[in-house]
Design a protein around this ligand. Structure first.
Ligand code: AMO
Length: 436
């Protein structure tokens, strides 16, 4: 594999081959400076014009455009005067591996560039240092959460995304042709996470796409998003589920802060705050009351028993003011507003929660109903019939009590950086966006 810019310090004084993009060409009277770039940084290549042996190299570079890719062999020498890492590459051979046409926009300065143009040319948009950083931050966050789960003996699984029936609610499912019948794109791995519990797998997780036919153009909805889903067995209550989520997020944010805290502050102006356990929790009714008393907010009739975007925003404000926290667990949602697979206690109280971070819901979680008869009753109540028959079978042959949750990965990254979901996803998918 090629040497990365941030590994170059190990090669000072040596002959190396370096490949990368041509970031800039500065053609001076006596010397040509070529800035080379990869995803980890920039390197200066210096070609002295007075030297006879350099004439061929100068000609190659004179015929090269910025954003072309090159493979350069030469001496990496120390030079304190060079701002880029105090080193420069003195080439003896340059090969152009790909020549770039003039670019449709300057990705280094995205101010005023239409977001749709940026999306049309997303691979160029991603060359922007800030956008490159977003990818690295997300990868770091996921790595830390994966590591935490592996350490706690979770098994990573891969569930099908082509399924025979809607898994969350029929209204937001994508239907696709499947030979001589219809299939659906998985809205979540919910049923299969639970199948793994029925199989006795005990602790599982999955990081995978979810598809939702939501025709909404908000800053936080996509029709395809990445979900960090997990499920585990032998819990006593949904408190166990919330507690695990706290540990998981603390592990993720600790690593992100360590590795990217400074950069995130510098580039996005956001502080990475590692939360303390336990995160504050509020019952929905108490929350409504506080939002009313403090901010004069009343939940609209149609959303009673649930949250809406405005309530989530104000919940962030409340969490900061009252608990000095960026997070808030909200519990006691109305059973009518929640999926049938959430457990209810003997009084009908829902054993599930949402987690709000910086004013946006990032997670739903719950203890699940694992008792076959209760589950059948809940499904019936919601008018679910044939579609969930296969799922109900999972609970017939012994199934441990269990629970789990799903974190929207795109939303995590979006809230860390303060960008919109369009700018955050590697390649956004929305009602009007299927290409590239
Ligand atoms: P829910 O439907 O709340 O729960 O989804 C879980 C999390 O996924 C994210 N999310 C989205 N992100 C971007 N665009 C969307 N359209 C979108 N929809 C949801 C949110 C949300 O909190 N099966 C349950 C989870 C569980 O109980 O384990 C579920 O899917 O961050």
């Amino acid at each position: 594999m090629k040497i990365l810019v941030d590994e170059l310090k190990d090669y000072v004084g040596k002959e190396i081959t370096f490949s990368g993009f041509v970031d800039a060409i500065r053609d001076k009277k006596w010397v040509m400076f070529v800035i080379l770039r990869d995803n980890t940084g920039k390197l200066q290549m210096t070609i002295e014009k007075s030297e006879e042996k350099n004439q061929e190299l100068l000609e190659i570079m004179a015929n090269t455009t910025v954003e072309s890719t090159v493979k350069v062999t030469g001496l990496l020498q120390e030079n304190e005067a060079v701002k880029l890492g105090g080193m420069e590459l003195i080439p003896s051979k340059i090969e152009i591996t790909s020549k770039a046409e003039p670019l449709p926009f300057d990705f280094n300065n995205l101010d005023g560039v239409n977001i749709d143009t940026r999306m049309d040319f997303r691979w160029l948009d991603l060359r922007n240092e800030k956008n490159m950083l977003v990818r690295q931050i997300e990868s770091c966050f996921i790595e830390a959460m994966r590591d935490f789960l592996y350490k706690n003996r979770f098994t990573e699984i891969h569930t099908p995304k082509l399924i025979g029936a809607a898994s969350e609610s029929g209204s937001s499912v994508f239907k696709v042709k499947y030979f001589d019948r219809d299939a659906f794109l998985a809205q979540s791995p919910q049923f299969y996470k639970q199948m793994a519990m029925a199989a006795g797998m005990n602790r599982i997780f999955e990081v995978a796409p979810c598809f939702r036919a939501e025709n909404s153009n908000t800053n936080r909805h996509a029709t395809e998003f990445t979900s960090f889903d997990l499920e585990f067995s032998y819990i006593d209550s949904y408190e166990d589920v919330m507690s695990l989520e706290e540990d998981l997020l603390i592990a993720g944010l600790t690593k992100v802060k360590e590795e990217y805290g400074e950069r995130i502050k510098e580039v996005f102006g956001n502080e990475v705050i590692v939360p303390k356990k336990p995160f504050p929790r509020m019952r929905l009714q108490d929350l409504y009351q506080e939002l009313h008393d403090r901010y004069g907010f009343d939940i609209p009739k149609e959303d009673i028993g649930d949250m809406n975007a405005e309530a989530e925003k104000l919940t962030f404000k409340l969490a900061q003011e009252k608990f000095d926290s960026e997070f808030m667990f909200v519990v006691d949602y109305a059973a009518t507003k929640r999926p049938f697979y959430h457990m209810r206690d003997e009084n009908g109280k829902l054993q599930g929660y949402d987690l709000i971070w910086r004013g946006t819901e990032i997670t739903s979680g719950a203890q699940r109903e694992h008792r076959y008869d209760e589950l059948v009753k809940n499904a019936k109540e919601k008018g679910l019939g044939k579609d969930v028959e296969f799922y109900l079978q999972f609970f017939k042959y012994g199934c441990p009590p269990h629970g789990g949750f799903a974190i929207g990965v795109d939303r995590l990254t979006m809230l860390l950086t303060g960008l919109t979901i369009k700018e955050t996803q590697f390649l956004f998918r929305g009602p009007n966006r299927l290409e590239p």
